[in-house]
Design a protein around this ligand. Sequence first.
Ligand SMILES: NC(=O)c1ccc[n+]([C@@H]2O[C@H](COP(=O)([O-])OP(=O)(O)OC[C@H]3O[C@@H](n4cnc5c(N)ncnc54)[C@H](O)[C@@H]3O)[C@@H](O)[C@H]2O)c1
Length: 270
Amino acid sequence: MDYLNDMFGLKGKTAVVTGGGGVLCSQMGSALAKAGANVILWDIRQEALDEKVAILAKECGDAKRVSSVQVNLMDEESLQAALAKSVTIFGKVDMLLNGAGGNRGKATLQDVKAEDFEFVLKLNLLAGCVLPVKYFSKYWIENKIKGTILNIASMASYNPLSGVYAYSAAKAGVMNQTVAQAKELAPHGIRANAIAPGFIVADQNRALLLNPDNTPTARGQAVLGHTPFGRFGEAHEMMGAVLFLMSDKAASFVSGVTVPVDGAYLGFNI
Ligand SMILES: NC(=O)c1ccc[n+]([C@@H]2O[C@H](COP(=O)([O-])OP(=O)(O)OC[C@H]3O[C@@H](n4cnc5c(N)ncnc54)[C@H](O)[C@@H]3O)[C@@H](O)[C@H]2O)c1
């Protein structure tokens, strides 16, 4: 057990988890807290933060190690203020999990609305990846902290998913940025990786994948037909990859990669 703790334990580290009021990232926050880290959930929705902080405190058994900061990541001033506040909570921040994201309906190429496209691109690429890294990396470099970044890519990073083209472009950008971050930040001892979850039912995609009676929609059926495991993923199935990539010991020489956790979806061509 000491060996595993030594390899994957995060005691003494502090993680900020953006989108921490959401389905997937609150559970990632919980995994980090259970591995010993202090965790600060960031989200725009205060009531979601209150709910998730209570859950995490219970799950990790130590309420003192879980906190939250309300933030609008679309607004750089709000982001900077959230980072400054987070640093005061546990004294420093070592890890950034970039999980905030979302979607706005579906549209064919002919029906694209510039305003919606721009919003989704900004939310998932700028607010969900680029801007937090801008301020966290500055803070880490100034304070000589060897920080760790984990971005959340998607199956849409590799090939566009029909009708959600802004989301797909943004998530392709997230994977691309992960390599840029790894390269530019390596001299400072900062690692950047990503995971690309397969299809997990969450708030933002529930209506796309499931009917109100929980049977798969036509699109949900198409996804299942394309997934050799024959099922949607569960959030808890992401956690091994999250802990591996966040651990400076286990993944000390790993940077710039995106790890798919997808039930073999990506490898399936026919
Ligand atoms: N669910 C899936 O199948 C799946 C698959 C691949 C990738 N992802 C990615 O995983 C991440 C989490 O997704 P989820 O499914 O848990 O979604 P979710 O909607 O449950 O969580 C996203 C969170 O981001 C927050 N948020 C939105 N705008 C914000 C802003 N301006 N500032 C701060 N917070 C803001 C929301 O309030 C929400 O709590 C996203 O990046 C998503 O794209 C999800």
